[in-house]
Ligand binder design. Structure first.
Ligand SMILES: NC(=O)c1ccc[n+]([C@@H]2O[C@H](COP(=O)([O-])OP(=O)(O)OC[C@H]3O[C@@H](n4cnc5c(N)ncnc54)[C@H](OP(=O)(O)O)[C@@H]3O)[C@@H](O)[C@H]2O)c1
Length: 243
């Protein structure tokens, strides 16, 4: 398959690209700063690096980059500094998601394209009952006021949930929700749940970025896994953090 990855230069995006390469796919990666990427990527003939800032691409360019892709994966996230959190673009993840989905629709693919969004357990799937405590509601409300990236993550998943929905002719989607991200070098056991099994605010579990990349790649690769989770917002935890 050919897969477009946005956010490929990030800590999780790199892990996802590595997993997709191991699975034998062709990757197109849109990155702002190719000099940050591993040397081995620039010489890999299954990896095409497109140097651009995703939201600065025209609709026509997005159409060209997506027209031969079977799947799109987003590991975009705001840089954790003042400019990344409070500067522009405030709706990086949401706007990238909606513009890429519009590009897919304009391409009128014969089979639905898979869209895999990296999201967060701090966000709820409002298609299903996900009760949270009063305390957590208050903290999430504060995060919405104080942290624009949190609102962006919520809106990006809302876009897929409400604007693409469950029966779109051109797009199927999964929003993967890791808990607190950690860096590990090896894939370890992990669990996937339809909804959080612990509080993302008061009792967070851990999820390694490499496991997120592994699960996102497997969703794209494995048709049965895709059918199990499409249109949903699975939560991923490292098994070791649940003990
Ligand atoms: N921290 C946690 O515990 C946690 C938990 C759950 C979910 N999440 C979510 O997971 C996502 C990814 O996390 P991560 O740690 O892998 O992120 P990361 O390492 O910061 O990677 C972010 C990616 O987004 C790109 N990006 C940032 N600003 C951009 C812009 N204005 N235009 C284009 N690209 C831009 C970065 O590109 P550059 O390399 O060019 O900057 C990078 O490729 C985030 O949405 C985050 O909210 C985080």
């Amino acid at each position: 398959m050919t897969i477009l990855v946005v956010g490929a230069s990030g800590a999780t995006g790199r892990r996802l690209v590595e997993q997709l390469l191991i699975q034998g796919h062709h990757i197109k990666a849109i990155v702002r700063s190719p000099e940050k990427l591993p040397d081995s990527w620039t010489t890999n003939n299954r990896l095409q690096i497109i140097t651009a800032s995703i939201l600065e691409l025209s609709n026509q360019e997005l159409g060209e980059h997506t027209h031969d892709c079977h799947a799109i994966a987003s590991c975009l996230g705001h840089n954790m500094n003042w400019k990344g959190i409070y500067g522009h673009p405030r709706k990086l993840v949401t706007d990238a998601t909606s513009r890429l989905c519009n590009a897919i629709k304009d391409n009128t693919p014969k089979k639905p394209i898979k869209y895999v969004l990296m999201n967060t357990t701090g966000n709820r799937n409002r298609n299903v009952m996900e009760p949270i405590s009063f305390g957590q509601k208050c903290v999430i409300g504060l995060l919405r006021l104080l942290l624009p990236p949190h609102v962006d993550n919520e809106k990006a998943a809302d876009y897929l949930r409400t604007k693409i929905g469950q029966n779109n002719q051109y797009i199927e989607w999964v929003a993967v929700r890791p808990d607190s991200l950690i860096n590990e070098e090896e894939i370890t056991d992990y669990e996937i749940h339809p909804s959080p099994i612990r509080s993302a605010i008061f009792d967070p579990g851990k999820t390694s970025r490499i496991n997120v990349g592994h699960f996102m790649a497997n969703l794209i690769q494995d048709a049965n896994l895709w059918d199990q989770w499409k249109g949903q917002m699975p939560v991923i935890y490292n098994t070791s953090s649940l003990n």
